[in-house]
Design a protein around this ligand. Structure first.
Ligand SMILES: Cc1ncc(COP(=O)(O)O)c(C=O)c1O
Length: 398
């Protein structure tokens, strides 16, 4: 039987469809299976190995016991929408209307999916940085869009602003940015954000800002693009409780933006999941209202973990990036004599008892030159685990 349909567009977009029509498993699945099979420390997939705050988890249990188990309202429960609006005001001075400008989604993933499906017409261009989070390419392809990228190059993985200028044209419908950035940890500065807003105005594009790592920056501020003058009326901002509260499996995400954009996105979202996660919604509302100390501690704890893993990788002979945010460090294996990170990652459990993801997984095949020897390692793991990984990695030096 031939299975036709849009799956092939998604798979091709996500670089998972071979020329012979074979659907390949994602490298994430392959590496997680490898970690499970070998017992190696899994620094591949970016999920924390400790659960988030007990107060938030307790609130979800209470909600279940209190009968918060049926469909919530389509936009999300008012309490969570108000907490999201209060969060935007408290941290960034941004004012959003919880009734018309906020939408709760099944993780940031659904927010991205619904936004692309709602706002793209066939052939519309979407500009992202490259490497990019893998769902972008799949969703742009599913929505019939054309993916245009601006490379982020080692060693600092900052965008070249002239290349950004060249990439955005009148064909651009969406500039999709992600700061702090997965996989490189780049945090966009004001100059880059101002240019993005200027280009969006010049070419009448919408900005979609994936800010799921907004609270996880190390010594540099996270500036939501909506704070830049002129951005607010054309920006959809996406975030999620998964990263901020180390509760990635709850899949409570949200977006905020001008009411007419939110209405268009709801028109799609209602037929994807309609709603999700009712007992988790009040719990995340409670989390968003936690004192500042929670948010600053989460970032400083993670910064210390970054340093533990980075020191281990450096000691093993890798050239290591210095991410300003998010969960990941990029390590170049070329100084160790490994030019092909895919091959290295397949052998790393046996060589050093550790699993990483080749950076190529976040880059289209024709753009991989210059990145082939690089590996992404996640440092959102317990310090003792990272210390063990660092010791193991020392074996690479022989
Ligand atoms: C950049 C980025 N956006 C979105 C997501 C997905 O977030 P969620 O788990 O809330 O769907 C992730 C998760 O890894 C991510 O790294």
């Amino acid at each position: 039987m031939t299975v036709s349909g849009s799956w092939a567009r998604a798979a091709r977009g996500a670089m998972l469809l071979a020329d012979d029509g074979e659907l390949r498993p994602t490298i994430f699945a392959e590496m997680s299976a490898l970690a499970a099979r070998t017992g190696a420390i899994n620094l591949g997939q970016g999920f924390p190995d400790e659960d988030g705050p007990s107060a938030v988890r307790e609130a979800a249990k209470r909600a279940i016991d209190d009968g918060v188990n049926q469909y919530p309202p389509g936009r999300g429960i008012p309490e969570l929408r108000e907490a999201i609006a209060a969060h935007q005001r408290r941290f960034y001075g941004l004012s959003v209307d919880p009734d018309r400008e906020v939408l709760v989604t099944a993780g940031a993933t659904e927010a991205i999916a619904a936004t692309m499906l709602a706002l793209l017409d066939d052939g519309d261009e979407v500009v992202t940085f490259e490497p990019f989070y893998d769902s972008y390419a799949a969703m742009i392809a599913l929505a019939g869009g054309v993916h245009v990228t601006v490379p982020l190059r080692a060693p600092d993985f900052r965008p070249d602003l002239d290349q950004l200028r060249d990439a955005v044209t009148d064909r651009t419908r969406i500039i999709l940015i992600n700061s702090p950035h997965n996989p490189t940890g780049t945090v966009l500065d004001r100059e880059a954000l101002e240019l993005i807003v200027e280009l969006a105005h010049q070419h009448d594009a919408i900005i979609v800002a994936d800010e799921v790592y907004e609270h996880l920056t190390f010594g540099v501020p996270h500036i939501p693009v909506s704070m830049i003058p002129g951005a607010r009326e054309r920006t959809v901002t996406i975030s999620s409780g998964g990263k901020t509260f180390s509760l990635t499996g709850w899949k409570i995400g949200w977006l905020s933006g001008p009411a007419e954009l939110v209405d268009a996105i709801i028109a799609v979202k209602q037929f994807l999941t309609y709603v999700s996660g009712s007992p988790f919604q009040p719990a995340i509302a409670l989390g968003l209202a936690m004192p500042d100390g929670y948010f600053t501690d989460a970032a400083s704890t993670l910064a210390a973990k970054r340093d533990v893993l980075s020191a281990g990788l450096r000691g093993a002979g890798f050239e290591v990036s210095r991410p300003d945010g998010a969960y990941f460090v990029i390590a170049d294996a070329a100084p160790l004599g490994f030019e092909d990170a895919v091959e290295l990652c397949r052998r790393l459990p046996e060589l050093a008892g550790v699993v990483g993801i080749p950076l190529a997984a976040f880059i289209r095949p024709e753009r991989r030159a210059g990145y082939r020897s690089m590996v992404r390692f996640a440092f959102c793991k317990q310090t003792a685990v990272l210390e063990r990984a660092a010791q193991n990695l020392a074996k690479l030096r022989g």
